[in-house]
Write a protein that binds this ligand. Structure first.
Ligand SMILES: [Zn+2]
Length: 263
């Protein structure tokens, strides 16, 4: 085999370089440097990279000594491994499966605010506050949903193909990250999805929802929508202007890009 190692007991040191936003996933002391990592036994490059803290759904290309490889390429002593996120690597083919269009998401139980923001922009964002890891991984795989979670162990599960770990713990900043990571600014369809349950908002006549409206609402508004799943009724009320400004702010992408804390 290449490298002349013993297939059952290969041991040595490989070097790793993480590029772009993948560096954010490393401990501060390891950013901006080539990481030397000892290994023993037969090990594929994916396992070695994940052991350094970068889950495979974050990775779009791996080059070993300048040549593109797959996740299951065995690691050899002396390998120089370059690891790239999407939209960063030169044209070397993609390890990330194509993203459904429009993209759809499933979010872990800690990302409720982010789920509501994505729904406000019209994206299909499955979320349950009581979701367990098994459900999240299964839904992501079965429905080709991008899994958003801050749990690296969950992202490392083999059945998870598309996923992203929000770097910030601030929901509004997480939204910017997701918009940028998946190029969503032009795909937003604001106010088409129910913020409470993720159902679709269909236009309805005032007469069909009149029984559920205050007299004042009926007097001042003539545009109404109803969630096709939970029945919630929506109209462009006082909170609407604030939400519209929020959506404009998000889709204009004028906020500065999130950077890891420099300590
Ligand atoms: Zn609903």
């Amino acid at each position: 085999m290449p490298g002349g190692g013993d297939a059952r007991g290969d041991r040595g040191v490989a070097r790793f370089r993480f590029h772009g936003i993948l560096e954010d996933l490393l401990p501060l002391s390891r950013r901006g440097a080539t990481i030397e990592q000892a290994f023993t036994g037969e090990r594929c490059v994916k396992d070695a990279i994940e052991a350094l803290g970068v889950p495979h759904p974050e990775i779009d290309a791996i080059l070993i000594d300048g040549l593109a490889v797959d996740f299951d390429r065995p690691l050899h002593a002396g390998d120089l491994v370059d690891v790239f996120p999407p939209a960063y690597a030169p044209a070397h083919g993609s390890l990330t499966p194509p993203i459904p269009s429009p993209p759809r998401f499933v979010l872990d139980g800690h990302l409720g605010r982010l789920a509501r923001y994505l729904r406000m922009l019209g994206f299909d964002a499955a979320y349950r506050s009581d979701a367990d890891d098994e459900w999240l991984a299964q839904v992501s795989a079965r429905e080709a949903r991008i899994l958003l979670t801050r749990d690296r162990g969950l992202l490392r599960r083999a059945i998870v193909r598309n996923g992203y770990l929000p770097r910030s713990d601030d929901p509004r900043t997480q939204l910017d990250e997701v918009i940028r990571r998946y190029g969503l600014a032009t795909e937003a369809r604001p106010f088409t999805r129910c913020i409470r349950c993720n159902g679709r908002i269909e236009p309805v006549s005032m007469a069909s929802v009149a029984a559920r409206l205050e007299p004042k609402t009926k007097r001042y508004y003539d545009t109404f929508g109803r969630c096709d799943t939970c029945g919630a009724v929506y109209w462009p009320g006082s909170h609407f202007e604030r939400m519209r400004r929020f959506v404009d702010d998000v889709t204009n992408g004028t906020r500065p890009q999130w950077r890891p804390p420099a300590r």
